[in-house]
Ligand binder design. Structure first.
Ligand SMILES: Cc1cc2nc3c(=O)[nH]c(=O)nc-3n(C[C@H](O)[C@H](O)[C@H](O)COP(=O)(O)O)c2cc1C
Length: 351
């Protein structure tokens, strides 16, 4: 008897397949369909601070903002409450309607917003939060450690405001991901050795401890940048991944599994049951899917779960824990194989 159930950030999932944050999870109907199709958990479409700011701008466009009049302040505050209102409603409705864990997702820019929206989403009934950090460190004056501090500071801001499990979803553009992952994913983090903006009065000087992330989601696949050579304009690249995109997250899951104490959710390039098996063997706690559902429909989830079950049967595994992390670096007798980057004939058989 195959049992696909798993724990993820302390939540009980009937299987490890999670619908990633995307347009398919932006409405109650979408959430219902994902649940009916067999999802183990659902991450709602992100609530973007930029989107809220745009709504607020629209609301206050006709008000004279010179000197920040009282009516401007009122409308501004009202607009901010209005912006996420529909999102909070979705969280509440989804919780009432489906019986799989609902993970709310936020993407903020300004520091104070992260904690503020995290609190509101927790109050709306979300089972967990996924913090979607999209940060392109392109400024020359920004050092690698400044970038790491930014991630840690955001996690700290949310962590210290809500009691919910918190997952951190990041992109792969980080100088030394192992170092950052350790800072973010360990149980107790001494700090803050970073921006003190989130410390309470008197906390700036003292050593405080706080809990790291409950999970890291590796990796987000960001909006692709491209150029149209006919129109000489910027253009968006293909929004959807293929199985060929699995390799970067697969390597990092296998390098980090067993080394950070938080859960690891694999994301990007998981299109079929074998992609899911690979990530679980590497050490993923759960796998997130998005592009394959856009390409093949929600029925693909049933197929992925069936392929996973068949593979487990073939290999005599009854539980995910029977094989999870079996091919992680920490359990390997040849750890160097996980760090190989170059085509050297004697080592990889081609040049
Ligand atoms: C149309 C679309 C919308 C997305 N919206 C979000 C979003 O709001 N928040 C987020 O964290 N990721 C978002 N993503 C990224 C996905 O959640 C996922 O991490 C990424 O597509 C990689 O997974 P995949 O290879 O299975 O597609 C979106 C992706 C697509 C294609």
């Amino acid at each position: 008897m195959i049992d696909l159930s798993t724990s993820y950030m302390g939540l009980d999932l009937k299987n490890p397949l999670i619908v990633a944050s995307c347009g398919l999870t932006k409405s109650l109907r979408g959430v219902q369909k994902c649940a009916e199709a067999g999802a183990g958990a659902i991450v709602l479409k992100s609530l973007f601070e930029e989107q809220i700011a745009a709504e607020v701008d629209e609301l206050t466009r006709h008000v004279d903002s010179v000197g920040h009049t009282e009516s401007f302040e009122y409308l501004h505050g009202y607009g901010e409450a209005l912006g996420p209102r529909e999102y909070l409603q979705l969280v509440g409705d989804a919780k009432k309607t489906v019986d799989v864990p609902i993970i709310a997702s936020i993407n903020c820019i300004t520091d104070q917003r992260w904690a503020d929206y995290a609190k509101r989403l927790a109050a709306a009934g979300a089972d967990a939060l996924e913090i979607n950090i999209g940060f392109l460190p392109h400024a020359a004056e920004l050092s690698g450690s400044d970038v790491e501090d930014r991630y840690t500071s955001i996690l700290y801001a949310v962590r210290t405001q809500v009691d919910l499990p918190v997952a951190l979803k990041v992109g792969p553009y980080i100088s030394n991901f192992a170092h950052l992952a350790e800072r973010l994913g360990i149980d107790r983090v001494a700090g803050p050795a970073f921006s003190v903006g989130w410390c309470g009065p008197g906390e700036t000087e003292k050593e405080i401890t706080w809990q790291g992330a409950d999970a890291l989601v590796l990796f987000n696949r960001f909006y692709n940048f491209d150029i149209d050579v006919d129109t000489l304009q910027l253009a968006g690249g293909n929004p959807y991944s293929t199985s060929a995109d699995i390799h970067v997250p697969l390597r990092w899951i296998s390098l980090l599994a067993g080394r950070v104490s938080c859960d690891l959710a694999a994301a990007t390039g998981i299109h079929d049951g074998w992609d899911a098996v690979k990530q679980l063997l590497a050490g993923a706690t759960t796998v997130q899917v998005c592009s394959t559902l856009y390409r093949n429909g929600l029925g693909q989830m049933g197929l992925i779960l069936e392929q996973l079950r068949e593979w487990m049967q073939e290999h005599d595994f009854a539980l995910l824990s029977d094989f999870r992390g079996q091919l992680s670096q920490v359990r390997s007798e040849h750890p160097g194989d996980y760090e190989r980057l170059q085509y050297i004939k004697a080592l990889v058989g081609m040049e």
